[in-house]
Design a protein around this ligand. Structure first.
Ligand SMILES: Cc1cc2nc3c(=O)[nH]c(=O)nc-3n(C[C@H](O)[C@H](O)[C@H](O)COP(=O)(O)O)c2cc1C
Length: 404
C-alpha cells in the first residue's frame, strides 16, 4: 500500500482545481510515446486529478511501472488479480472513475477494443468502461504507415461512432505522434465538462495588432493576448467550436487560429469568418485605432521622423452593421477613471453597438500583459471579478451562457 502522504500528491491542484475530485484511469500501451506518460500524469495531477495508471505488457517493456507509481502515487495495475481492479475502478459502481484515458494507444489496442477483445489489463479496462458508460478518450500514437492502414482507420471510425473521443495525433517526421500534453488536458476537461456551449461556433479576437512603419518597424500595443486565449480555452472546454483571430499562434491544435497583423487585417478576417456562420463573437483584442502609411524601405536613422496616423474603421461597428443578430461580447479599457465612469462608458458602447455583454477594466490599475485582472462584466446586471485571467474567462463564459 502506498500511503496517502506520498510525495507525488504534493503537486495536486498546483495549476488549477478544474479536475479536483476526479478519479481517472490512465492506460498506457506499447508505443514509444509511453515515455511521455510520466509528464502527462503529473500534468493531470496539477489540475487536481487523482490518476491511476494501467499498463499493457508491451508498455512495461518501454517504461518501468515504478516511473508511473512515482508519478501518480498509486500502485500501477500491470495485471488483473483477485481484487478485480477493472471492476473496482471502472465497473458500475458509485465511486467509479470519471474517465478512461488511453495515451498512447497502439494500433493493436485500438483494433482489440473495436472487436471486443480484452486480453491485456488495458483492453479489459476499456471493455469495462465502455460497458459502464465511463467516457473514454484515446490518444493514438504510431508510425504514419500504421495510422493510414485502412483497418486502423475503420476501427477508429467505428469507435468514434460508439462515442469514444479520439485525439488527433501530431503528424510529424513520418509519425502520427501522441497529441501534446496541453491538448490532452483540454480534451479531458472538455469531455468532463457540462458542455453548455455544445454546438455553438465562437469566434474570438485576441492580443494587439501591429501597423507597419516600414518593412522592419511596427507600431503596436502592450496587449498580450492572454485574455483572448483563456476565453478560447474556456469556450472550447465548455463544448464550443472555437476559432481565434490574432497576431500569434494557438497553443492548442483543436483551436484553430488565423494569423493577422494589422487592424485592417483583423477586421477583414473577422468579417470574412463571420460569413461562415458563427453564433458568437468575443472581442478582447486591442485593435489599433490608427494606421500609418508603410514606407517601402527601411526608414533611415539620424533625422526627425514624422508619422501621420490615420483612423481605421471600427471593427465592432462594421460587424454589427453586417450581423444585426450576432451575439457580441465587447471589451472596454479605460485608464484611471472612477468605477462609475468606467461602467457608464462601457454601457454607452453597449448601447451604441447593441452588444450583449461588455467586459470593462481600468488598465491604469494593471491587467495588460499580466496574468491577473480586475473587470466588470456588464449585461443587465454588473458582476465584479478580480483574479486570474483564467477565472475571469470562466465568469465571462458563464455570463455568455446566460444571454444565449
Ligand atoms: C520500441 C517499440 C515502439 C513501438 N511503438 C509503437 C507505436 O508507437 N505505436 C504502435 O501502434 N505500436 C508500436 N509498437 C508495437 C507494439 O508495441 C505492438 O503492436 C504491441 O503488440 C502492442 O501491444 P499493446 O497494444 O497491448 O500495448 C512498438 C514496439 C516497440 C518494441
Amino acid at each position: 500500500m502506498i500511503p496517502l502522504t506520498h510525495p507525488a500528491f504534493d503537486i495536486k491542484g498546483a495549476e488549477s482545481d478544474e479536475l479536483s475530485g476526479k478519479k481517472m484511469v490512465l492506460c498506457i500501451t506499447g508505443s514509444i510515446a509511453a515515455i511521455e506518460t510520466v509528464k502527462l500524469a503529473r500534468e493531470l495531477m496539477r489540475f487536481g486529478a487523482d490518476v491511476h495508471a494501467v499498463m499493457s505488457p508491451s508498455a512495461k517493456k518501454i517504461i518501468h511501472p515504478q516511473a508511473l507509481q512515482y508519478a501518480t502515487g498509486h500502485e500501477v495495475i500491470t495485471e488483473l488479480t483477485g481484487k478485480i481492479e477493472h471492476v473496482e475502478l471502472c465497473g458500475c459502481r458509485e465511486d467509479k472513475a470519471y474517465l478512461l484515458l488511453i495515451a498512447p494507444c497502439t494500433a493493436n489496442t485500438i483494433g482489440k477494443i473495436a472487436t471486443g477483445i480484452d486480453d491485456t489489463p488495458v483492453t479489459t479496462f476499456a471493455t469495462t468502461a465502455l460497458g459502464s458508460g465511463i467516457p473514454i478518450v484515446i490518444a493514438p500514437a504510431m508510425h504514419s504507415s500504421m495510422y493510414s492502414h485502412p483497418i486502423v482507420m475503420k476501427n477508429i471510425q467505428y469507435l468514434k461512432e460508439l462515442g469514444i473521443e479520439f485525439m488527433r495525433p501530431r503528424m510529424e517526421e513520418g509519425s502520427a505522434k501522441l497529441a501534446s500534453i496541453e491538448d490532452i488536458v483540454i480534451c479531458v476537461l472538455r469531455v468532463l465538462n457540462r458542455k453548455d456551449l455544445r454546438g455553438k461556433r465562437v469566434l474570438i479576437t485576441a492580443g494587439g495588432t501591429a501597423e507597419s512603419i516600414d518593412p522592419i518597424r511596427i507600431l503596436t500595443n502592450r496587449s498580450s493576448g492572454k485574455t483572448g486565449l483563456e476565453l478560447a480555452r474556456e469556450a472550447y472546454i465548455r463544448g464550443a467550436n472555437v476559432k481565434l483571430v490574432q497576431r500569434g499562434y494557438s497553443p492548442y491544435s483543436e483551436i484553430e487560429s488565423i494569423y493577422v497583423e494589422s487592424a485592417q487585417q483583423m477586421t477583414d478576417a473577422v468579417l470574412n469568418e463571420l460569413r461562415d456562420g458563427f453564433d458568437v463573437l468575443i472581442c478582447p483584442a486591442a485593435i489599433s485605432d490608427y494606421t500609418v502609411d508603410k514606407h517601402p524601405d527601411k526608414t533611415s536613422f539620424g533625422k526627425e521622423l514624422t508619422l501621420s496616423l490615420k483612423p481605421v474603421p471600427k471593427m465592432i461597428e462594421l460587424v454589427r452593421k453586417n450581423h444585426p443578430n450576432l451575439t457580441i461580447i465587447g471589451f472596454k479599457a479605460e485608464t484611471n477613471v472612477s468605477m462609475k465612469k468606467l461602467i457608464s462608458r462601457a454601457r454607452s458602447i453597449m448601447d451604441k453597438y447593441k452588444l450583449d455583454l461588455v467586459v470593462a477594466n481600468d488598465v491604469g490599475k494593471g491587467g495588460i500583459g499580466e496574468d491577473e485582472n480586475e473587470v466588470y462584466i456588464i449585461s443587465s446586471e454588473i458582476m465584479h471579478v478580480k483574479g486570474s485571467k483564467r477565472d475571469i474567462a470562466k465568469r465571462v463564459i458563464d455570463a455568455l451562457v446566460g444571454v444565449l
